[in-house]
Design a protein. Structure first.
Length: 78
């Protein structure tokens, strides 16, 4: 069953920018917020092998031991 959500004390400037964005997309403010929320919770598309390699290179890892440290930190952070 759908749930009503409420966000309190939204800054005026943010509301203005949301209204402009909604108007640009020919949506109501409610419709624009639904699109933003849907985008935020959508499961990300799986990475292609090329994208994965690019992300690994962006990390700038120099040795396999650095990779092991990152994996350990990620695992321990769960």
């Amino acid at each position: 069953m759908p749930v009503n959500l409420s966000i309190k004390t939204v800054p005026d400037d943010m509301v203005r920018r949301l209204r402009v964005r909604a108007e640009r997309h020919h949506r109501s403010l409610q419709g624009e917020l639904m699109v933003i929320l849907e985008s935020a919770v959508r499961d990300p598309a799986p990475l292609s092998p090329d994208d994965l390699i690019a992300e690994v290179r962006q990390l700038g890892l120099a040795t396999p031991s650095e990779s092991a440290v990152l994996v350990r930190e990620a695992r321990d952070g769960r």
